[in-house]
Design a protein around this ligand. Structure first.
Ligand SMILES: O=C(O)CCC(=O)C(=O)O
Ligand SMILES: [Fe+2]
Length: 367
């Protein structure tokens, strides 16, 4: 390659590092090569293990208010079924105030409207940074980039981290603080119900059994997917499972994009007004010794409408070891996962670029 050619490709590479929003502002009409997936990995390809879309299936819908009523035991049974079979459900009447959600969506969208130079102040490769802006899935590793920009805010301990969050738009901190607190509260209520659904009831596990969840990590991720001129060639997010215990996801526009992998097919998750999508993460699959499933999901993009989603990812704190609950292991149910911790996850991230971003597979014990 001539030095001049080399310079061109380095310059182009740095353009991609600036993200999809910035790329679109440069007026592209075709998807650059950097984002074009090999044919079998494209959204409409029919390959053997990750095949066609099933558009008829609907996710289970759980009514959170019913959990606090005399119907609790029925809702707990539906919760167990949803976590076992789908690893995903929609949650209505979840209790996060609608003005808190709309303020968070609105301020997040305005963040991505800021000029690149303003957003770039928050770009960082440090996984422990309280605020991290970036693009693709793992922009230092991905051979093919995905069509997504993100803003990640670490939330625990909130008082210490909040001052590092973006100062503009001016109301983003306030909006994200209120949203993260209400999401955390909801998460803890869901953990309580999930432990109950696994038969790990309060009297057996001790009075302080929620403390380690309360102290746990919380990461808010705002995903932004600009319209894409050739959406069949790329993905907003590649197939992956979520790392933590539970993810609460708000789909901030009435735009479809999220698909989950169910019985060999991709199923679209319809944005349901006033609901949150909740999914089991890798840590809950490990903790439940495989009873509850952390399911592969991906995001497709479209040619006309931007899409924003806000994920709140919750887990134990980074220094805790995650392992199957001893109460869920016996002769009939031998241990199915190795112990894991955050350092192991980071090592995994830096070691390979797996086709499916599936950390969990590396923790399974083959029985
Ligand atoms: O944008 C979405 O709907 C899903 C985002 C997602 O899977 C994630 O943030 O882990
Ligand atoms: Fe995810």
């Amino acid at each position: 390659m001539s030095p001049a050619m080399n310079l061109v490709s380095i310059e182009t590479e740095s353009l991609y590092q600036k993200g999809v929003k910035n790329l679109c502002e440069n007026g592209i009409t075709k998807v650059p090569k950097k984002y074009i997936l090999p044919i079998p990995d494209r959204p409409k390809s029919e390959n053997e293990d990750l095949s066609v879309v099933n558009s008829n299936l609907k996710l289970p819908i759980l009514d959170f208010a019913q959990l606090q009523s005399s119907n609790r035991s029925e809702v707990i049974a539906s919760l167990a079924k949803a976590c076992e079979e789908y690893g995903f459900f929609q949650l209505t009447n979840h209790g996060i105030a609608s003005n808190v959600i709309s303020h968070m969506s609105d301020a997040s969208k305005r963040f991505f409207e800021l000029p690149y130079d303003e957003r770039s102040k928050y770009m960082s490769n440090d996984m422990f940074s309280p605020v991290r802006c970036g693009t693709s899935f793992n922009q230092n590793k991905d051979g093919v980039f995905c069509w997504r920009d993100f803003l990640k805010l670490s939330c625990n301990p909130l008082e210490d981290l909040l001052p590092y969050w973006p100062a503009s738009p001016v109301d983003l901190r306030q909006a994200a603080e209120a949203y993260s607190k209400q999401a955390k509260f909801l998460y803890l209520m869901l953990v309580e119900a999930i432990l109950e659904s696994l038969g790990l009831v309060n009297s057996e596990v001790g009075d302080n059994y929620l403390d380690e969840f309360e102290d746990g990590s919380q990461l808010m991720v705002v995903n932004h997917y600009p319209p894409c001129p050739e959406p069949d060639l790329t993905l907003g997010m590649p197939p992956h499972s979520d790392y933590g215990f539970l993810t609460l996801l708000h789909q901030a526009d009435d735009v479809k994009g999220l698909q989950i992998h169910y019985q060999g097919k991709w199923v679209s998750v319809e944005p349901l007004p006033n609901s949150l999508v909740v999914n089991v993460g890798d840590h809950l699959e490990i903790f439940s010794n495989g009873k509850y499933k952390s399911i592969l999901h991906r995001v497709i993009v479209n040619p006309s409408r931007p899409r924003t989603s806000i994920a709140s990812l919750h887990s134990l704190s980074h220094n805790r070891v995650v392992r199957p609950s001893p109460k869920l292991i016996d002769e009939a149910n031998p241990r199915r996962y190795r112990d894991t911790d955050f350092a192991t996850f980071l090592e995994y991230l830096s070691s390979c670029e797996p086709k499916e971003k599936n950390f969990l597979k590396s923790r399974r014990i083959d029985l």
